[in-house]
Design a protein around this ligand. Sequence first.
Ligand SMILES: NC(=O)c1ccc[n+]([C@@H]2O[C@H](COP(=O)([O-])OP(=O)(O)OC[C@H]3O[C@@H](n4cnc5c(N)ncnc54)[C@H](O)[C@@H]3O)[C@@H](O)[C@H]2O)c1
Length: 357
Amino acid sequence: MPPFKSILITGGAGFVGANLSVSFKRAYADVRVTAVDNLKRRGGELNLPRLRRYGVDFLHGDIRCPEDVDAWPQYDLLIDCSAEPSVQAGLHESPLPLLQNNLVGTIHCLESARRREAAFLFLSTSRVYPIERLNALPWREEATRFVWTAENNPPGLSAAGVAEEFPLEGARSLYGATKLSAELLIQEFAYSHGMPALINRCGILTGPRQMGKVDQGVVTLWVARHLFRRGLRYIGYGGRGKQVRDMLHVDDLFDLLVLQLEKPADWRGRIYNVGGGWRISSSLQELTELCRAATGNTVPIESVPETSPVDLRIYVTDSRRVENAYGWRPHRTVPQIVDDIVGWVRRHEDDLRPIIA
Ligand SMILES: NC(=O)c1ccc[n+]([C@@H]2O[C@H](COP(=O)([O-])OP(=O)(O)OC[C@H]3O[C@@H](n4cnc5c(N)ncnc54)[C@H](O)[C@@H]3O)[C@@H](O)[C@H]2O)c1
């Protein structure tokens, strides 16, 4: 049982927020869980009946708006899951909305938690690590994926993947910059105000209820396009779908949070890399094969060789620090993740078709 009586989850109608809200309520019926969301992300509204069914209070509100934030009920833990989560955000349009949302909005959340003497748990991203440094790591091409070659590894890189010590100098995308800036402020609040604060730098998070789209939520996008028999594109690095990411099922993230919530006194603004590692990783080509097997459908896949300036050839998380600290290990494999998403989309096909097809 965590030492918290009431949890407020911003972005609580979104993919991570809605899953965590329900999981907390199912695990701890006596804990009050409030989900706050401005319902900006399309499809979030589909999560509202489920939140209600499990006894999660839903509050429509915007973290950018101080009046909305002031109206939140009392809570003793804030889990910040509200963000514009696309790495493409601000790239082809003004970055101001992204900065307002991910930076100013997060500052409002932090200040709200400070005033209420609450703890703060932040979902950061592996995108804080610089793009050019990651893409400059030596790699080789295998039949279905790129892999890093373990030669002259810089600090923070080992055969296990990218650890917290990986150097931070260099551009990381505007999205990654908002998250890194937020991390710095969270650590200052932890230091200056004694706020129990914890930062999990997550790689790709995935699972049911993610409203996947071209620029965010790749696993759901891939599954949905197969189920609805719609075409896909391998974009970048020669257009052959060999880019690799590790991934983490949102239920594995929940299992970690349960362990982390037990001891907020230990948090002290600590940062952990959190992901599935090589064991739970896939290239796009491999994901295609899994989606074909799980859905029985083959869809046309176009090749676009040009690479986006914010894309990465390979990203795999070294989660050993968090694994050692909490005795946690992710369990759901990539085929299980795909099956889980297939099951969810099939159960809600009519509702989901206009959103993720
Ligand atoms: N999904 C991933 O792969 C991933 C990986 C690493 C980190 N994260 C982080 O996890 C968090 C949750 O991501 P997600 O995948 O659930 O994204 P999501 O888009 O599914 O959910 C975010 C929710 O926040 C809401 N929101 C956005 N701006 C808001 C605002 N101003 N006020 C109130 N609500 C607002 C949206 O409507 C949406 O429901 C984000 O902070 C994201 O950066 C996600």
